[in-house]
Design a protein around this ligand. Structure first.
Ligand SMILES: [Ca+2]
Ligand SMILES: [Ca+2]
Ligand SMILES: [Ca+2]
Length: 445
């Protein structure tokens, strides 16, 4: 009885405290999928409203064919909207406090984001207030921050059909090819916008959908070392594979990468690399290039491999397809050649004049080779990297030669240098020479 009484006396205090905590400022931010703030967007909050501004800001909106009554706030130039009961950032007559309507089953308020040209979003949010003190006045405020909302334009693709476009999923960190990133039976849009639960990260996605590949990788020395390196490497999709070693030669790594790419748990993009810029010249038609070519010089981006002994071997299958093999590093053991990095792939002639190289063993990535100078002994190719987003980025210029520079005639070298000056306004001096001396991967005879 005594215990009960103490509970009874404490309960009203707890309720008062909760009521106090539930009074605060609700703020959030709306951006587009390029990360730019969306200004002058009317956000409508559905729930209970207290404050001088409620009547003036009351509005009706049509949500899923139902007319709903809510309270509007407009985003500022930085994309922020705010329900400010303290009238700290708004005039006193606009002060509004949003809180869950009585009887709200999930204790949430709902936020409706609608803008012409964009897909509308209805987002549930259970206010989580944190106390902030104004360092000037010493006043304390409770502020609940709604996670950032990224609105998709009407025309942005949504590959997995979970209503969140690919570009927004890449910002939220969910799989753009799988509606249920963490494989828990609840789709990403429901977790993000309805339940407010964690939709899962791309790491969780890999473990959820590629379990057997992950297990194979963990028990494979090369793959587990690669995985560890990639996890600690950061976001650079081009530099990391280079830093973490030539990953594309291992079937175990290929299989895991492919599974992750297929499920949208990973993707290859180079947002930090400049877009591909082609010289003002006409591409040459490449023909009869079968056989061995040295990579003799490269003028390229930071992430390009400059190791010695790089080579290409071409084999023309038919008029539109050329098989390609390139390798960058070669070791020799007891006169047996072992390539520790080897790519095979296929050049397809495009009607735009370039050759599109799709690797057999580097899913999510391909390269466009633009031939601007082609003789029997030398080729200059401008190469662009293309990721899963289909955007072309600068890789660099490759000079491929049939024989080593030291064995080429001075006439051939002069012609090559002249071509560099005419087409690219550069010269061989601006290139990095790739060592071709004492390389075990000589021409295949
Ligand atoms: Ca989607
Ligand atoms: Ca998804
Ligand atoms: Ca889920």
């Amino acid at each position: 009885m005594k215990q009960l009484k103490s509970i009874n006396s404490v309960t009203p205090i707890i309720i008062m405290l909760l009521a106090l905590l539930a009074q605060g400022c609700v703020v959030g931010r709306v951006m587009d999928t390029s990360g730019n703030p969306i200004a002058n967007l009317q956000v409508v909050a559905l729930g209970a409203c207290d404050g001088a501004g409620c009547a003036a800001h009351q509005t009706e909106v049509m949500i899923n064919s139902e007319i709903q009554t809510g309270y509007s706030s407009t985003t500022n130039d930085d994309g922020y909207y705010m329900y400010d009961p303290y009238a700290y950032f708004v005039p006193a007559e606009d002060a509004m406090m949003m809180h869950p309507a009585s009887g709200s089953p999930d204790n949430s308020i709902k936020l409706w984001f609608e803008q012409a040209g964009y897909k509308s979003v209805l987002r549930s949010y259970v206010p989580e207030y944190k106390e902030y003190a104004d360092s000037n006045t010493g006043k304390k405020y409770l502020i609940a921050t709604v996670p950032e909302t990224y609105l998709c334009r009407d025309d942005e693709p949504d590959a997995d059909g979970d209503t969140i476009c690919d570009a927004a999923e890449k910002i939220y960190g969910t799989s753009y090819l799988n509606p249920d990133t963490d494989n828990d039976g609840v789709d990403d849009n429901v977790e993000l916008y309805e339940n407010g639960t964690d939709p899962g990260t791309l790491d969780v996605c890999v473990f959820g959908y590629c379990q057997s590949d992950v297990l194979s990788c963990m028990t494979d020395t090369e793959c587990s070392a690669w995985l560890q390196c990639m996890e600690g490497c950061g976001e650079d999709d081009m530099l990391c594979p280079t830093q973490c070693g030539a990953f594309y030669q291992s079937p175990v790594i290929d299989s895991l990468s492919q599974c992750a790419l297929d499920n949208g748990c990973a993707y290859v993009e180079f947002p930090d690399l400049p877009a591909c810029v082609l010289p003002d010249a006409t591409e040459e038609t490449v023909g009869n290039i079968d056989g061995f070519w040295w990579v003799s010089a490269i003028q390229g981006s930071d992430y390009v491999l400059y190791d010695d002994c790089q080579r290409f071997i071409f084999s023309e299958s038919d008029s539109s397809v050329i098989q390609v093999e390139n390798s960058t590093l070669v070791t020799v053991n007891n006169s047996t050649e072992t390539r520790v990095a080897i790519n095979t792939g296929t050049f397809t002639r495009t009607t735009d004049g370039y050759l599109n190289l799709v690797y057999d063993n580097w899913a999510g990535y391909n390269e466009n080779y633009h031939p601007y100078y082609v003789t029997d002994n030398a080729m200059i190719m401008h190469v662009c990297s293309v990721g899963t987003d289909s955007l072309c980025h600068e890789y660099g210029n490759l000079i491929l030669t049939r024989s080593q520079f030291s064995e080429m005639s001075s006439a051939d070298m002069t012609a090559l240098d002249n071509a560099l000056q005419t087409i690219f306004q550069t010269s061989l001096n601006d290139f990095t020479m790739i060592g071709t001396q004492n390389c075990p991967n000589g021409p295949v005879l």
